[in-house]
Design a protein around this ligand. Sequence first.
Ligand SMILES: Cc1cc2nc3c(=O)[nH]c(=O)nc-3n(C[C@H](O)[C@H](O)[C@H](O)COP(=O)(O)OP(=O)(O)OC[C@H]3O[C@@H](n4cnc5c(N)ncnc54)[C@H](O)[C@@H]3O)c2cc1C
Length: 402
Amino acid sequence: MTTAWDNEVIVVGAGPGGSATAYHLASAGIRTLLIDKSAFPRDKVCGDCLSPRAQHYLARLGLLEQVAGESHQATRIRFRAPAGAEAQTAITGAGAMPNRTLVLPRRRFDLLLQQHALAAGARFRVGHVRALAAGGGVELEGERLPARLVVIATGAALSLIKRTALAPRGSVHSVAARCYLAQLPPPGPDLRFFFDHLPLPGYAWLFPTGQNSANLGYWYSGGAGISATALLPKLLREHPILAPLSGPAVDAGPVAGYPIRSDFLRAPTRADGLLAVGEAAGLVNPFTGEGIDYALESAERAADSILMALRRGPTVGPLPASALAGYSRSLKQRFGSLFLLMALAQRHAFNPWVFNRLFGRGADGQRLVDTLIQVCFGAAPPSRVLAPVELIRLLLSRPAGG
Ligand SMILES: Cc1cc2nc3c(=O)[nH]c(=O)nc-3n(C[C@H](O)[C@H](O)[C@H](O)COP(=O)(O)OP(=O)(O)OC[C@H]3O[C@@H](n4cnc5c(N)ncnc54)[C@H](O)[C@@H]3O)c2cc1C
């Protein structure tokens, strides 16, 4: 006897990871239901920055042109070291990836992605999923919605995932906060990162969203219990660059904070009838805090594995974890060494001594800064940054004039 499944796959969470998964599955003819606790459009606390890699995956979704047309574009990044020295680097995408970043507020970006999934044939329901259903699928407001697979794409929210076999191990969160500023004096076209006048490990960012507006934020990833939400208003008042810049600006929204999960190296990514994509799989770079590109890429990899499992695996009942093993394997191969390196960098390199020696060192430091950013953006393999002789020589040399 076969069971008639209304939905073959249910995707919980319509952020970039969930909507991209739903798009790929629906495009391949899979009956897909996308559920989010919020009606769209909805806000998501973020820096709103799309890396070259994120744009590459948007192009594969057929959405890049539209997103780029609505975004603010930047081709350079500027850094400020704890002692005040500055460095800058060009944004480089690997291969054919664009040499730029895009900044588009998530309220709009996530709506475009969600609508794209629906246009491909996915269905959408608003609802807060609090539990999985016995035998496959989810419970939603007293109703059982069966499915052969549930994709958890709930980002850093833990309420659902911690009640499943994909519950994260150990403590997993850091917290970042951002606000929007309008009527700024033109902040310039570049993305800016500040490592000065604030607690490390962490950084403040200023990402222009237009000629006179920007997304300004702060991420703290250390263990000292510092509140990013409390610290950001202080930076706006006291930081030597940010305070004069933001002084004449108009507050275009409150400071809002949200957790970040970057525990991919420890995170379970599949179980019977269950798979995690994006930040629900801990896929946020532990050094940079960016996760949209990982969400989009993991969505594509998840959809490939799900399609194969639906075609080749058992034809009824929840898809077994063994049929989805290729997904977990491909994530580990793709991101394992990058996350290891980025976690090490977060723990050991995020200190004033390193940044003061890296930035503002002219040609000596430039190649390393360029390489580091390429590795962070996935445009160069992690092994490139581990050219130990050059790195150690630079770190141990005396700064010019020092
Ligand atoms: C302040 C801040 C700044 C950041 N800046 C950047 C940046 O500039 N660039 C970048 O690439 N990354 C950035 N990130 C990381 C990025 O926001 C995330 O990695 C990315 O949103 C992950 O996408 P996702 O689809 O996995 O999850 P999310 O985008 O978090 O989407 C999860 C969705 O699931 C829904 N949901 C959650 N629980 C349930 C439930 N139980 N039932 C139904 N729906 C549910 C939510 O409503 C949400 O819509 C930043 C993060 C923060 C906090």
